[in-house]
Write a protein that binds this ligand. Structure first.
Ligand code: AMP
Length: 114
């Protein structure tokens, strides 16, 4: 997708602090962090929202969860844990229309969210 900022990160057209990358998935530091550790996990494939996912994407989304758990271990978060969140469309506050999971860690988080 030509105008998608996350596709540009995938294609290395704009820089990002990448913490994980394989053929399917990328994780990088959020440019406006709201937690001590704030990463974004994305599929390299352009999918606008989680409501656009298809059957064939199920393994890809499952893999994001597995990779997030692996990265959490790299950050020594075995005990403290982390929050993995995806925003879908307007009411959730989605601003970038390329599926992404926010990975928050390093402090306690409120539940329920505001
Ligand atoms: P959302 O509101 O769920 O769509 O969140 C989009 C997130 O992408 C926000 O937390 C932004 O700070 C983050 N973001 C936008 N552009 C970039 C970028 N170039 N590099 C890293 N994070 C970005």
């Amino acid at each position: 997708m030509q105008d998608c900022i996350f596709c540009k990160i995938v294609n290395k057209e704009i820089p990002a602090e990448v913490v994980y990358e394989d053929n399917d998935i990328m994780a990088f530091v959020d440019v406006k962090p709201v937690a001590p550790i704030h990463l974004l996990f994305i599929p390299k494939k352009h999918i606008p929202t989680v409501m656009d996912l298809e059957e064939e994407d199920a393994a890809l989304i499952g893999k994001i969860h597995l990779v997030a758990a692996k990265v959490a271990k790299d950050y020594n978060l075995e005990d403290r844990g982390y929050r993995l969140v995806t925003n879908c469309k307007r009411d959730a506050g989605q601003l970038v229309f390329h599926v992404h999971y926010h990975f928050f860690a390093g402090r306690p988080f409120q539940w329920p969210p505001g």
